[in-house]
Structures are given as structure tokens and as C-alpha cells.
Design a protein around this ligand. Structure first.
Ligand code: FES
Length: 164
């Protein structure tokens, strides 16, 4: 099967039942995407597909051939953090860090969803390429990503600084 991952085209000989999460972690050498619950409840496995966030543990890899898959390894580098990554550092948006890759991918997808106007109570300013969410809306939109350390205040502050 052929995939486009973080801008590179790669081919893997994998069982057709392989999840996208297992493809990334066990075959593509990209362990930044984390396996938590493995049943769609925690968000640790969140990646972006054509800019939309999905739980990769629930996705069969075979369905995502020809799509642009972005993992945390494609968001920034250790030497050149993306703005949202730097904001997580600045605002202590993590403790153990296990949920952080999923939180960051989810935040990027969340911002894109908000810009598309979902739902209607979101105030948009497309000209400024920004969205305005209150804290309750922001938390609701990020509620699919759990942080067992409870670093939610820092996560909200980081996301707000960059996207909202
Ligand atoms: Fe996919 Fe928890 S590992 S949602």
C-alpha cells in the first residue's frame, strides 16, 4: 500500500486489517503518534488527514492511501518548533507529555474546523485568518483529547495563543 506521510510517499507491505495508528508506529517508524485506549476514547492517536483530525486507532490504513497524512513529526522539528508546539512549552501545556502529540494535531484540526464555520455560534473573522471561541467552546472542541495529568489550563492557553 502506498501512503503520503508528512509529505513523503512511502510504500508498505502490511495486512489489510492494519490500523493507521499501527502503520505509523510499527511500520513507518513514527512513534510520535501515541496509543492510549486504542478504541477512540482518548485522542492520543490523533493525526491529520487532508487537514482534518482523526483518531488513527479507529482508521484502517488502507482507507487513507492517496490522502495527505500528517503526524506530529510533520508539524515541526526539535530545532524549529511550530508555533503551537512552542506555545505548549511556554504555557506548560503538558506534564508527562504522552497526550501532547494528539493534543497538538487536534488543535490544528480544530482551528481548521472552526474556520470552516462549525458550528454556527463560532464567531469568525476569515479575513484575519482567525477564529474566536470562548473558553467553553474551545474546551468542547478539544474534549476528545484527554490529559490524565490535568494540564488543561495550559493546553487551553497554548491553543488560544496561537489559534483563537
Ligand atoms: Fe486512539 Fe485512544 S488511542 S483514541
Amino acid at each position: 500500500m502506498e501512503f503520503t506521510i508528512n509529505g513523503s510517499t512511502r510504500t508498505f507491505d502490511v495486512d489489510i486489517r492494519t490500523s493507521l495508528l499501527d502503520l505509523l508506529r510499527e511500520h513507518a517508524g513514527l512513534p510520535g503518534t501515541k496509543k492510549g485506549c486504542n478504541q477512540g476514547a482518548c485522542g492520543a492517536c490523533t493525526v491529520l488527514v487532508d487537514g482534518e483530525r482523526i483518531n488513527s486507532c479507529l482508521a484502517l490504513a488502507v482507507q487513507y492511501q492517496g490522502r495527505a497524512i500528517t503526524t506530529i513529526e510533520g508539524v515541526g522539528t526539535q530545532d524549529a518548533l511550530a508555533d503551537i508546539q512552542a506555545a505548549f512549552v511556554e504555557h506548560d501545556g503538558f506534564q508527562c507529555g504522552y497526550c501532547t502529540p494528539g493534543q497538538i494535531c487536534s488543535a490544528i484540526g480544530m482551528a481548521a474546523e472552526a474556520k470552516r464555520g462549525l458550528p454556527s455560534h463560532v464567531t469568525q473573522d476569515l479575513a484575519a485568518d482567525s477564529v474566536t471561541l470562548d473558553d467553553d467552546e474551545l474546551r468542547e472542541r478539544m474534549s476528545g483529547n484527554l490529559c490524565r495529568c490535568g494540564a488543561y489550563n495550559g493546553i487551553v492557553a497554548a491553543v488560544r495563543q496561537v489559534f483563537v
